[in-house]
Design a protein around this ligand. Sequence first.
Ligand code: TAP
Length: 487
Amino acid sequence: MTVETKKETYLNYINGSWVGSSTGEVKPSINPANKDEVVGYLQMSTKEEVDKAVSVAKQAQKTWKRLSGSERGSYLHKAANVLESKLEEVAKCMTLEMGKTLPEAKGETARGVAILRYYAGEGMRKVGDVIPSTDSKALMFTSRVPLGVVGVVTPWNFPVAIPIWKMAPALIYGNTVVIKPAQETAVTCAKVIQCFEEAGIPPGVVNMVTGSGSVIGQALTDNPDVNGITFTGSNEVGKSIGQGALARGAKYQLEMGGKNPVIVAADADIELAVESTISGAFRSTGQKCTATSRVIVERAIYETFKEKLVEKTREITIGDGLQEGIWMGPCANEDQLKTVLSYIEIGKKEGATLLAGGNRLKGEEYENGFFVEPTIFENVTSEMTIAQEEIFGPVIALIQVNNLEEALQIANDVQFGLSASIFTSNIQSMLSFIEDMEAGLVRINSESAGVELQAPFGGMKQSSSHSREQGEAAKDFFTSIKTVFVK
Ligand code: TAP
């Protein structure tokens, strides 16, 4: 194990320049696979830097919004090319900072490139409709106008894709942005911002201020010149941002937690259901809002499914995500590890039976990192804490049911409604699931994690503020509709 101490200090990006915080305070960003390794130092900024960034973004927006959509798109195209050329570097930084395996990090970075290219094209697509007027001499149509300055508050679990899927649509529709990334992944975010800089984006259009959420995120929420705020993270913080934005009439978009079910019907392809469940629940160490943490299985195939699931889970290789052959990395930080372990204890106390995992990993190769075993509980009932609350870790709650009606009722028996999937070969079961499942994303015979970037993404119930991200749907949040009547 090498302990690296001399690492780069990353600055805020304001008005096209890299600048330190007014206090000079910095914080190390730590490798969760080896807590002695510093990945880089980030600025612990203050409200002063946020206000400065918002002020320059407001000024820059006046010019940015006047560019044609295709001109704005050309900057996104260039940023995509720069990011593509740095894919290895950015992905490696992501693995070092938050622990996901290098192949996962590369996949996410490639997705960031694709998102930038998708939204570059949006600059040449329609932004309004013509509506027939009852007055034959009039022309009535709608146009879309940008919000102005958009505040972007992002979590650590997708440190490239989430910032880009918020910033790219904000920018293409004529907004300027101030991003506050999670402290855990501020270095990775700085590398994304460098791509915009190298693409030659005009000063003030993209700004980044790093530091604590309660200071920087709060200052963005409260700033009267932030016209819209888009957030992904916990329900608690999301609700507080929503209330703050609402109080001053700003638009807000909140993407929060999930407690996503997989239903495995008696007529399912069991091998496929097992593979998909493992991937949905344990990829990214379960730290995804779409992680499939409840697996609801019909009694007729329960034992077969369970045996195969446990067998496959035991094959998972855990370790430093930079090493070849590693399938699952550590938890992203120590708090997250503690949270996962505490939920495992709660599961045991409430009477669930541990089938696999359940422990922090021991041994020399693991002692400096935040590694936990992929964990499966059975004899879980719907009211148990581990079946109700988002754990954000590699923990599956197996629930046995008598029939699909009961499965669907349990699947809907949570406060969240982000994603859900069913494995079945029966068309009627598929249709009932599509009709009755309370989730923003439903999948049939396919892992419930994620969605293609050109399709809307978002949840129902407590999972989101009911707006949608990604694809064309992002236009609804990042613009306002103006109705025009010409006579
Ligand atoms: P949060 O605390 O919600 O953090 C998300 C972002 O919000 C971070 O950038 C955070 O900053 C910032 N933030 C914190 N307090 C804020 C405030 N008062 N005003 C404005 N912004 C604020 O999530 P977390 O600590 O990363 O993770 C906690 C739990 O949230 C997880 O266990 C998981 O359940 C959930 N989570 C969900 C998602 C998704 S995709 N739905 C993603 C991550 C986490 P700092 O953290 O840098 O201070």
